[in-house]
Design a protein around this ligand. Sequence first.
Ligand SMILES: Cc1cc2nc3c(=O)[nH]c(=O)nc-3n(C[C@H](O)[C@H](O)[C@H](O)COP(=O)(O)OP(=O)(O)OC[C@H]3O[C@@H](n4cnc5c(N)ncnc54)[C@H](O)[C@@H]3O)c2cc1C
Length: 466
Amino acid sequence: MSRFDAIIIGAGQAGPSLAGRLTAAGMAVALIERHLVGGTCVNTGCMPTKTLVASAYAAHLARRAADFGVVTGPVTMDMARVRARANAVVENARTSVERWLQAMPGCTVIRGHARFEAPDSVRVGDDRLSAPRIFINVGGRADVPPLPGVDSVPHLTNSSLLALDRLPAHLVIVGGSYVGLEFAQIYRRFGAQVTIVEKQSRLIAKEDDEISQTIREILEREGIAVHTSAECIALAPGSAGVAVSVSCAQGPPKVDGSDVLLAVGRRPNTDDLGLERAGVATDARGFVQVDDSLATNVPGVWAMGECNGHGAFTHTAYNDFEIMAANLLDGERRKLSARILGYGLFIDPPLGRVGLTERQARERGRPLLVGTRPMTRVNRAVEKSETQGLMKIVADAETRQILGAAILGPGGDEAIHGILDAMNARTPFTELEWAVPIHPTVSELIPTVLRDMKPTGPTSGSAPAR
Ligand SMILES: Cc1cc2nc3c(=O)[nH]c(=O)nc-3n(C[C@H](O)[C@H](O)[C@H](O)COP(=O)(O)OP(=O)(O)OC[C@H]3O[C@@H](n4cnc5c(N)ncnc54)[C@H](O)[C@@H]3O)c2cc1C
């Protein structure tokens, strides 16, 4: 039995940074990783996909070159170079985390699959390790739901699609949310035929209607076929490779594609962790249950990142580490519930989001103010010939606090931070109305939208804001 001051399971987005803080405080730490250091974000998530988004944007802009008075020849893809670029970015990031951990005094990196044996001990292969503090940072993986026929054809997930060494002729994507939509636009811009099949009545159904609708228009304008309300999705071998039955309210009942990507959500890596041996409680979907300080029901065991179900993003996993370190080492009392959630959808143009949607804000039953502006009325977007999208801000009519916002347009993923920062500062929006922003930017319209905020009735939010 090897004894440590702390054991961290998983070298994803929270584990390595926590190892850094704990070892700097003088603790002996074991960091256990069963696969690739850096976890999902570095290896099969954010980094490779955003690198591909950049290649896809370059291809798209090259095809549109004539719109800007630029003369090019025919645009073709060199997929080997696209992949080599993505691999280089990923390998560089992974290697730098590995080097950092190897050089970290007091940190022992252990390769292998960890399983709890007791509340204070885990097994990795033949080795047993114990510590008074155990931190779970095991992340998640693509969910493969039991769709009819799912075992009758090969199917792709985010990980296997990234490893594919050919361009699918026709990629059928089951799932019209963040992961599915980003891959849809990437592969369409690379030259594949792409069809999205979504069982909800609209894409990215968590967002307000006009955001979903505008995103659908953006994708359809690029030639991506979209089937929504696909209530009965089933897979079977097809003439081109795979046939996806959609049984939807609109469009043909079956899509024949060369490949199918399942992008229907994520499940936590907690089913093979031996949690029952430690008595750590999970919810019905397998997420480790934590309180506001990330503590599980078992004293001395905490859970950070995607596996606790409080955020499926790199920045939420990293913020879990920050909360953990601040409370354990800095004498603070940081809480999960104080986090204001922001996130991006990295299609082009990107969607930046923070806080509540209008629909969620309405459920609070308090009077609201809502302001919107289409990108056709944003000079920067007009100058870039990228006028698809809109911005929208929702605020409490009485307290004048911003409750949420969406910026879908050029630089929307960056511009949203002006609002995210104001929300974190708990500043009433009236403080921002007279800010003097830089021209010409997308952000410069934020004070204008705030000045034009209007009270809205219960039906507002479903009407297109254009
Ligand atoms: C295609 C895609 C694109 C994404 N894009 C974005 C984006 O643009 N922005 C964003 O914020 N988020 C994005 N995400 C989400 C983001 O990648 C994850 O939310 C984030 O990586 C979660 O971090 P984590 O530390 O919780 O877990 P992970 O990064 O998944 O790390 C968990 C680690 O634990 C290891 N592990 C699991 N079980 C064990 C065990 N029993 N023993 C030892 N080790 C174990 C795993 O091998 C893994 O390395 C994307 C995800 C996907 C799939």
